[in-house]
Design a protein. Structure first.
Length: 458
């Protein structure tokens, strides 16, 4: 009997194949089909355990890196045909046996038609490093030697009118090691040669269309429809120039797990910075209704959880005299940009308290950032420290999970960091995963986001 649920993570019937195990007995007649089904039983059990208990995503490695200009590259004014070949090539000569693991593409030698004959050699290539991932079906994708990907050749012909591409990998299989059969199949025609083994491999996928997101709240009960694991987005591609490091954005990849937590991706103040009194007033929105502290999230947060007490501003008095006294600064949420649960364009916003009442009667509303401004007239003085606390355990995302808000190392980036000149210096420019930029969170969810800044007279 099939049971269904109505919770945020419910996906209807449990999506798992029938599990039938081969039962041996004396005198049993076994065929190749029986052994194949026995293999399928073990594989399906392993895949079910992987995606249900652990989830899917990138486990380690699989970085997309730029390829430096080759020493034998032709100068820009060289007139010659584009070299024909596949979209990806092994990174080292000894890995030529893995060439078929990569994407198969068309030859582009002497491209004619609307584009005309090629007169320059395309240099838009990236390097995929080795690593391990698990796709949403539970298949383990093992990339051993890595490869170099020619973006133009790997991109489908009907998607080449773009300068933004996404790169991913997909689990694949191929038969290997041809073997002659000893006996013919009594029920079917047996060819002279059969492949004796199946190699588990992978295929490179490149697209110019933004891939769909996995909207499921949990990966336990159902398989996803999109089997490609996307690893990076490359912006502003110039097909005749090498890809630069700053063009590659690997934060589109999914970390390994059953769900992707919502985290804080940016704030509009510089953590630990010292502002003048006037700058602090402008930042807090003391006299400007358009001002206020802005916190930005990686995904929508329910506006009915933006309640009084979730954000707290505490001023710790400093200065050369008596200090360390503290007082709480009054504040309130400004109108957030609200988007509906279906992800449509932002609708007219309302006060969070009013949204809570509206959300109970209809569809919940979500926002990807909020603005919190001072509503009282207390003044800041030289040497004060403003402590900003956001109780993210009380902020729920679209799956009713708390925002993972731990401010690890105080490294959540400043919104528009280049405009504010707040680029960080020193070590740990990237989180332990090696994929930036930094965000809040440790993977456990909830907790409290803490940050502060200092105030000086001038």
């Amino acid at each position: 009997m099939t049971e269904t649920g109505s919770g945020p993570g419910s996906t209807g019937a449990f999506d798992a194949p029938p599990l039938r195990r081969l039962r041996y007995f004396h005198g049993q007649n076994l065929s190749a089909r029986d052994f194949q089904r026995e293999q399928e039983y073990v594989r399906e059990k392993l895949k079910l355990r992987m995606r249900s208990l652990l989830g899917y995503g990138v486990v380690c490695g699989l970085y997309v890196r730029p390829v430096r200009r080759h020493d034998d590259d032709c100068p820009p004014d060289h007139h010659g045909a584009v070299e024909a070949g596949g979209s990806a090539r092994p990174e080292h000569a000894e890995n030529t046996e893995n060439t078929e693991n990569t994407a198969t593409t068309e030859s582009t030698q002497g491209v004619e038609g609307a584009e005309g004959t090629e007169h320059r050699r395309r240099k838009a290539e990236v390097r995929l490093t080795s690593g391990l991932a698990v796709d949403c079906d539970g298949n383990e994708v093992v990339v051993r030697g890595g490869c170099v990907i020619d973006l133009w050749k790997a991109l489908p012909r009907d998607e080449r009118d773009t300068d933004t591409v996404w790169i991913g990998i997909e689990y694949a299989e191929r038969p290997v090691e041809p073997t002659r059969s000893v006996y013919n199949d009594a029920c079917a025609e047996t060819p002279d040669c059969e492949y004796g083994w199946t190699e588990e491999c992978w295929t490179v996928r490149v697209t110019g269309c933004e891939p769909p997101a996995d909207e499921r709240c949990d990966t336990c009960c159902s398989r996803c429809e999109h089997k490609v694991l996307w690893l990076a987005r490359i912006d502003c591609v110039d097909w005749y120039e090498p890809v630069r490091e700053d063009q590659i954005h690997m934060n589109v990849r999914r970390p390994f797990g059953r769900h992707v937590p919502t985290v804080i991706t940016g704030i509009n103040w510089i953590h630990g910075h010292t502002y003048t009194v006037d700058e602090a007033k402008a930042l807090l929105g003391t006299q400007d209704e358009d001002g206020g502290l802005v916190v930005r999230f990686s995904a929508g947060v329910r506006t009915d959880t933006l309640r009084r007490g979730v954000v707290e501003l505490q001023v710790i008095e400093g200065g050369s005299g008596r200090n360390a006294s503290s007082w709480y600064m009054g504040g309130a949420f400004a109108d957030p940009d609200v988007e509906s649960v279906t992800g449509s364009a932002p609708a007219a916003a309302a006060e969070p308290e009013a949204e809570a009442a509206a959300g109970s009667a209809g569809s919940p509303r979500f926002t990807r950032e909020f603005r919190y401004r001072q509503t009282t007239r207390e003044t800041l003085q030289d040497g004060d420290r403003v402590l900003v606390t956001v109780r993210t355990a009380f902020l729920l995302d679209r799956c009713c999970r708390p925002v993972d808000g731990t401010h690890v190392g105080g490294r959540v980036p400043t919104i528009d960091a280049e405009a504010t000149g707040s680029e960080r210096r020193g070590g740990c420019d990237l989180p332990p995963s090696g994929v930036g930029p930094w965000t809040s969170g440790t993977g456990s969810g909830g907790d409290v986001f803490e940050s502060w800044f200092f105030v000086k007279e001038r």
